[in-house]
Design a protein around this ligand. Structure first.
Ligand code: FES
Length: 510
């Protein structure tokens, strides 16, 4: 089983063994391009670049698929979370057509990779059914269908949907797909290595200096390259993109059904947030995968409630036999509805791809296509559309950046009495919370053995206060989505420094 950035285990984690790269150390220190992040975006991009003749190094701070790739529900859609009506309104009708073309091309790239490298990952073409359940949703559905058709998405109105849920109107969208994301990523990672690419896991990047070349500091020494691509879900340090991407958390569950009525296609209702459903067969066992109950990261006091609501919803609409897996994961919603793919604002040799919303499985391949074209100086239709440079600079941003420069260890040398913290926090095993002790805030976690751990709950990115995620047992930052393990280690950026650990001692130890 592979590891992921949360306490819950997703269906995908058990579909592959941990990835073992060919190399455990890099055979060289200088590369054309270094890709940071071993999720679907990083590996897809690395493969395209390596195949195009670039010498590439891929660095992953944990292991492949550790982040959201291991926690997606793996729908490959041209029907996107941002309706084409909104894309059309914000960017124009032509651009909505370009978006539709790009995601169609992305599904084509996934399919081509699977054929070229003979990857067994359950990939199948599917239809997607979007269905309304009341008159207001019907009106919205008609608007979505009209704009999607204009953008070139192939769809029809449907009189039936592949589930026994009541509905009043539905559309059937052709040309969608599904797959097992971890098997796909491991397959293309092998193809990348076979083409001469290098993968290093457990290699955290701790700094980047941009001169004639980019120099990266990592846990495995320094590397130089002509260009760096951050495929870390959101780029680190402080950037305008942090003001334009809002972190959200979504919940998923894989269940078995007692009546074996597993939906043959992909399904979406129209509530806000919406529910989504599909089937996956893993090693002969079919599962219904349902998802929903999205909320802004760290804006839900009891995230565990979201699982209860999702289970109740699935039981209401399907004959659920047993809940086999439940998990949640984070995604970044872009301010204007489209992802940011290209040069990182304010940099000359650093690139990124972020803000995929709930469509990371297709936008990851859009990113691979666009970034490869940019880095090979090949013009395409999509670069301007997705350029992070479409963001206008914000007044006062310079002060905002300098704000980050003074992260200090405010608890260095201090310790807190175990007895007081135990009483004050009143935690059960496996729980965490932020408490106030003598006017100082502490993030306290009690592990399964009953030991207390304390951290400074101030996020090392831009000093927001982290909150305890009851579902995934992590400290999550509500501002830009950094996440930390119970003892404060960075799980996901944009933070690149751990939370400060604070000593707790019993009075006897004193
Ligand atoms: Fe930016 Fe925490 S992630 S302040």
């Amino acid at each position: 089983m592979i590891q992921r950035d949360g306490a819950n285990v997703s269906l995908w984690q058990k579909t592959v063994d941990p990835y073992e790269p060919i190399h455990t150390t890099a055979p060289g220190r200088n590369f054309d391009i270094i890709i940071i992040g071993g999720g679907i975006t990083g590996v897809s991009t690395a493969l395209q670049l390596q195949k195009s003749g670039k010498s590439c190094l891929l660095l992953e701070a944990h292991t492949l698929c550790f982040g959201t790739t291991g926690g997606t529900t793996a729908h490959l859609n041209t029907l996107l979370d941002t309706p084409y009506a909104d894309i059309s309104k914000n960017f124009g009708e032509n651009k909505a057509g370009l978006v539709a073309d790009s995601v169609k091309e992305a599904i084509g790239l996934v399919s081509a990779n699977i054929s070229a490298y003979n990857i067994s990952c359950g990939f199948e073409d599917k239809n997607a059914f979007l269905f309304a359940r009341d008159p207001d949703q019907e009106k919205e559905l008609e608007k979505i269908a009209e704009a999607a058709l204009k953008a070139g998405v192939e769809l029809d109105y449907a009189t039936e949907i592949p589930a026994s849920m009541a509905f009043t109107k539905a559309i059937k969208v052709r040309g969608q797909a599904k797959f097992i994301p971890t098997r796909y990523v491991h397959g293309i990672a092998r193809a990348f290595e076979s083409a001469g690419g290098i993968i290093l896991q457990q290699c955290q990047v701790t700094g980047a200096k941009e001169n004639e070349q980019v120099e990266l500091e990592t846990g495995m020494g320094s590397f130089t390259c002509d260009a760096v691509v951050y495929c870390t879900h959101i780029p680190p340090t402080v950037n305008l993109l942090h003001l334009r991407c809002v972190p959200y958390r979504s919940y998923a569950m894989a269940v078995t059904l007692s009546d074996e009525q597993y939906p043959a296609d992909l399904l979406y209702d129209m509530y806000d947030p919406y529910h989504y459903y599909r089937t996956e067969i893993v090693d002969g066992q079919p599962y219904l995968i349902g998802g929903g109950y999205d909320h802004k990261t760290a804006h839900e006091e009891n995230a565990e409630q979201s699982f209860l609501k999702l289970e109740a919803h699935l039981r209401e609409n399907f004959n659920v036999k047993e809940v086999m897996f439940k998990w949640s994961s984070q995604f970044f919603e872009p301010a204007d509805g489209l992802p940011y793919i290209g040069k990182l604002p304010g940099h000359s040799s650093i690139f990124t791809a972020t803000g995929f919303g709930g469509n990371g499985m297709v936008y990851s391949s859009v990113a691979a296509i666009v970034l490869t074209n940019i880095l090979l100086n090949r013009p395409d239709h999509y670069q301007e559309l997705y350029s992070p440079g479409r963001i206008k600079p914000v007044a006062g941003f310079a002060n905002f950046i300098s704000h980050n420069a003074d992260v200090v260890k405010q608890f260095a040398g201090k310790w807190f009495p175990h007895e007081d913290i135990e009483t004050l926090s009143a935690l059960s095993k496996g729980e965490g919370k932020v408490v106030k002790y003598n006017n100082q805030k502490l993030g306290i976690y009690k592990d399964e053995e009953g030991n207390l751990h304390a951290v400074n709950p101030i996020c090392t990115h831009l000093k927001c206060e982290v909150k305890w995620n009851t579902a995934e047992k992590s400290w999550d930052c509500p501002c830009h989505g950094a996440r930390y393990s119970p003892d404060g280690r960075v799980l996901t950026g944009p933070a690149d420094k751990d939370l400060e650990q604070i000593a707790i001692k019993t009075l006897v130890e004193k």
